[in-house]
Design a protein around this ligand. Structure first.
Ligand SMILES: Cc1cc2nc3c(=O)[nH]c(=O)nc-3n(C[C@H](O)[C@H](O)[C@H](O)COP(=O)(O)OP(=O)(O)OC[C@H]3O[C@@H](n4cnc5c(N)ncnc54)[C@H](O)[C@@H]3O)c2cc1C
Ligand SMILES: *[C@@H]1O[C@H](CO)[C@@H](O)[C@H](O)[C@H]1NC(C)=O
Ligand SMILES: *[C@@H]1O[C@H](CO)[C@@H](O)[C@H](O)[C@H]1NC(C)=O
Length: 401
């Protein structure tokens, strides 16, 4: 749809070509808005493992005509099972009639494959690689971004889609501090890093040894293993497994230091962690070592799982992630119009984001927590919530599209 000439056509800079940045670019393109994505990496790394999407976001893929492609890389999930370290099933979370309730499947897949689908939709010349954004400054014609290779670009709107340690966010705080003497107190505080994680996707496996790989329904098995480790192995199409090992981080100071060493998701396949976990059994038979062995070494990544809800989502013409619809409705590029558009975006999303962060925390505690209280919570959640209540929760959660 061409952008109506009555509207301004802002030059939009998107920082970061992760899933967030690519999706943003894709939607801006559909709205006929000029954009350029700047990504610090030299190329796209096929890293990551299990991911799932459901009725909350599948309508977007459907509207973009990408639903079938996403279905093709996915298996449908009808629930997950929790096991203890002796491979005894201690509980099941089933998703009753998810399709009937929501109109969509609950899909699981390997992250790099979704990433590829999005990347294919973006014209090659819309992404500039090797562009690490260092700083950002107001200019007469908008805002300039300064990259590590000394190049400078100017845009009317800057969208930060550059991940948990967003440089755009930090620069936005600097601008606030320069203008008003303060940056948002909660937002500049360090993030909690309750878990560290190692993930990977195997190549094709032997279906005689692992017959569950042939099942068109996804198997998602989570093992609450040792005092600090839990691990998840799931089946995905083409006879492969996605796996992840979560390590509860007891020492936050050490986590912070590690975070700096591994500040990019990279093939930092950590041999010491692999050694630590390789003999743990998995429910499909054999050990974690077997699936790690079947994963190309340069496709194993280790990361910190940060947890935080930020309060400030935009300032002047800078916005974090953002919403293409709100930009499509812009009357002009005045500071008032931009602020109104960004406020509109935040007011639509903030409440849901807050709920998701809380849900994600609870979910992590139920599936991985090892304190006495967490064990009790797990027992209650798994065994005493009636199916009808669970179904209601799923429909409620799925209502936000
Ligand atoms: C390689 C990788 C593997 C992942 N694997 C999984 C997984 O298996 N399962 C799962 O559930 N989640 C995974 N995640 C996390 C998941 O993708 C994110 O939590 C979620 O998708 C948010 O994505 P995002 O686009 O907001 O940020 P990110 O995915 O973090 O992307 C941010 C992008 O911005 C770039 N960037 C950062 N700083 C700058 C800068 N200063 N200048 C320019 N570019 C910059 C980064 O290189 C990156 O490409 C992974 C993330 C990455 C990057
Ligand atoms: C999905 O897979 C089917 C079966 O392999 C194929 O016929 C179809 O073209 C695929 N669709 C897309 C959009 O890739
Ligand atoms: C693996 O972890 C150890 C100890 O934490 C560290 O010394 C080493 O540098 C790490 N290696 C890689 C490749 O990340």
């Amino acid at each position: 749809m061409p952008y109506s000439h009555k509207h301004p056509n802002p030059r939009v800079i998107v920082v970061g070509a992760g899933i967030g940045g690519l999706m943003m670019g894709l939607l801006l393109g559909k709205a006929g808005i000029t954009y350029q994505i700047f990504e610090r990496s030299s190329n796209v790394k096929a890293l990551g493992a299990l991911m799932s999407i459901n009725a909350n976001i599948l309508p977007v893929f459907e509207q973009l005509g990408l639903l079938e492609e996403v279905q093709n890389i996915s298996l449908r999930n009808h629930g997950s099972s929790l096991f203890n370290r002796n491979m005894k099933e201690i509980g099941k979370v089933t998703i009753p009639n998810y399709q009937e309730l929501t109109g969509y499947d609950f899909l699981v897949f390997s992250r790099p494959e979704l990433y590829d689908i999005l990347l294919r939709q973006i014209p090659k010349d819309r992404i500039s690689f090797n562009k690490r954004i260092l700083s950002m400054r107001k200019s007469a014609g908008g805002t300039r971004i300064y990259c590590s290779d000394n190049s400078i670009y100017e845009g009317d709107i800057v969208i930060g889609a550059d991940g948990a340690y967003s440089s755009v966010r930090q620069n936005m705080h600097k601008m606030m501090k320069a203008d008003e003497g303060v940056a948002p107190v909660q937002d500049v505080k360090d993030m909690a890093v309750p878990y560290m994680c190692m993930v990977g996707t195997t190549g094709p496996m032997d279906t005689v040894k692992y017959p569950q790989l042939l099942d068109p329904l996804n198997h998602l098995h989570h093992v609450v293993g040792t005092d600090i480790h839990s691990w998840t192995v799931i089946t995905i199409p083409k006879n492969r497994f996605c796996w992840s090992v979560m390590v509860q981080v007891k020492n936050q100071a050490e986590a912070k230091e590690q975070r700096f060493r591994n500040s990019e998701w990279g093939p930092e396949a950590n041999n010491s962690l692999i050694d630590e976990v390789k003999d743990f059994p998995i429910t499909f038979g054999g050990t974690l070592g077997d699936v790690i062995e079947a994963t190309p070494k340069d496709r194993i990544s280790k990361v910190m799982l940060e947890e935080k809800l930020f309060e400030t989502w935009h300032y002047r013409n800078v916005v974090l992630i953002g919403d293409a619809n709100c930009l499509y409705d812009l009357k002009d590029l005045s500071p008032e119009s931009l602020t109104a558009a960004f406020e509109d975006y935040k007011s639509q999303r903030y409440k849901e984001a807050k709920k998701q962060v809380a849900y994600s925390k609870l979910n992590a505690r139920v599936s991985s927590g090892q304190t006495f209280v967490e064990k009790i919570v797990r027992h209650l959640v798994l065994n005493f919530i009636p199916t009808s209540v669970k179904a209601r929760q799923f429909s409620k959660a799925a209502a936000y599209r």
